[in-house]
Design a protein around this ligand. Structure first.
Ligand SMILES: [Ca+2]
Ligand SMILES: [Ca+2]
Ligand SMILES: [Ca+2]
Length: 424
């Protein structure tokens, strides 16, 4: 007992120093030090991980408020938390967020059977920040947000997920407890003021080549912003809702989502031609603006690159506008069409107009416009919700806004340009 107490005290002295009145910094470089810091932090503390690989011995439960857990260098590749395996039981979840004001930054979570990070609306958690985090080969959900099915007042407010990379490089297998396609990127429920921006998702799909979306928000989202993300060849791209009817006790009543904007995203639809492989899906949504996205299906005639659906007579699609999007692929409208409108989209359902040459590198989801995309350049209309593009460049450049997520930069005119040169 005395030996154990001495070792604990030594751990504390080694790893803890107070930097300011309101918080301490726990510098950790081993799993034991990490577990100790997680078990003992106070509100306002930071847990700073030295470069290295951390084979976790248990999930990291952040169930007291006010802590930041981050990699020490700022480079997320330098600090890697490893679970029991994408396809093998062991340490099944990386980080569980069960209290307010938790931030996770600048690190990688790899090889978890269930979830990389799990935030819990059932604990009413607010102001979670997940920034510059990489999740690699996760068996069910890279970032999961769960809820209390019996309490409509438990909502996660003001959640920010930014600059994250969700990557799958191996096949899903060996999950007998779920169907083969029970996998997705960000799957959250019951939020208010959720922002997801600047994230990349690549290759997320199940073993039957279906799956949930890279960004899948259902069961209660009020005022959501999805912007400047790049989704590459996942089973499904961006989904507000899914065809299952919204449950009872949501903060949005009978709608999956009420109020939101989806803007300036690049989505490369997966290569599959069957199943639920949809680029953009809107199911029982209300007051949503879908502006200036580039959504690209290699198979341009696929019938539901965009899918709009009513889950129930109570949560009919209402006040939804799709505007100024560049879409290669077709739209399937399962509704009566009265709840949504489109304006200024440039859409090609045969592949004759919008071709790969329009874009910098379609195969990697890089849909920056090339000079061949003339029909998209300066063909848009400014909307108050879209003042910049996926790069943060101000709109418009040139004579008008461009259609889709990229605004092509116009080179500034040299101050003393020769007047006898015709600029083309
Ligand atoms: Ca809350
Ligand atoms: Ca322009
Ligand atoms: Ca641009």
């Amino acid at each position: 007992m005395a030996v154990r107490a001495c070792r604990l005290l030594a751990l504390v002295l080694l790893s803890l120093h107070v930097t300011r009145a309101q918080g301490a910094v726990w510098n950790v470089s081993t799993v034991a030090e990490l577990n100790h810091a997680v078990a003992n932090y106070s509100a306002g503390d930071e847990i700073v991980m030295a470069s290295g690989t951390y084979p976790l011995s248990r999930a990291l439960w952040l169930h007291r408020p006010g802590v930041t857990v981050r990699g020490g260098t700022g480079n997320r590749e330098d600090v890697v938390l490893v679970g029991g395996g994408m396809n093998a039981r062991g340490v099944d979840e990386g980080i569980s967020v069960g209290a307010d004001d938790i931030a996770v930054r600048d690190l990688t979570l790899a090889e978890f059977y269930f979830n990389g990070i799990h935030t819990r609306a059932e604990n009413d958690v607010d102001r979670t920040v997940i920034s510059n985090v990489k999740t690699l080969n996760i068996g069910e959900r890279h970032i999961k947000g769960s809820r209390d099915p019996n309490d409509s007042a438990k909502v996660s407010n003001d959640i920010l997920i930014e600059n994250c990379l969700m990557l799958q490089t191996k096949a899903r297998s060996g999950h007998p407890d779920t169907n083969p396609d029970y996998i997705g990127g960000i799957d959250m429920m019951m939020t208010s003021n959720l922002t997801i921006r600047g994230c990349v998702a690549q290759g997320i799909h199940g073993s039957n080549n279906g799956g949930n979306a890279a960004i899948f928000l259902w069961q209660g989202h009020r005022n959501v912003t999805i912007e400047c993300n790049r989704i590459v060849a996942c089973a499904k791209g961006i989904a507000l809702g899914n065809p299952a009817a919204p449950s009872a006790n949501l903060n949005t009543g009978p709608w999956h989502a009420d109020t939101g904007v989806i803007r300036n995203n690049f989505v490369l639809r997966g290569v599959w031609t069957g199943g639920n492989n949809i680029g953009l899906e809107l199911c029982s949504t209300k007051n949503v603006r879908v502006y200036n996205n580039t959504i690209y299906s290699e198979n341009a005639s696929y019938f539901r690159t965009v899918s709009i659906y009513d889950c129930s007579p109570d949560g009919l699609t209402q006040d939804v506008i799709l505007g100024h999007n560049l879409i290669r692929g077709r739209t399937k409208d399962y509704t009566d069409g009265s709840g949504w409108t489109e304006t200024g989209n440039l859409q090609d359902g045969t592949g004759a107009v919008i071709t790969a040459a329009w874009f910098a590198d379609p195969g990697t989801g890089d849909f920056h416009l090339t000079p061949f995309a003339g029909a998209a350049v300066d063909a848009g209309v400014p909307v108050p919700e879209v003042t910049t593009d996926i790069d943060g460049d101000p709109r418009p450049q040139g004579s008008a806004s461009d259609i889709g997520a990229d605004e092509r930069l116009v080179a500034p005119t040299p101050p003393h340009a020769p007047t006898n040169l015709q600029v083309r």
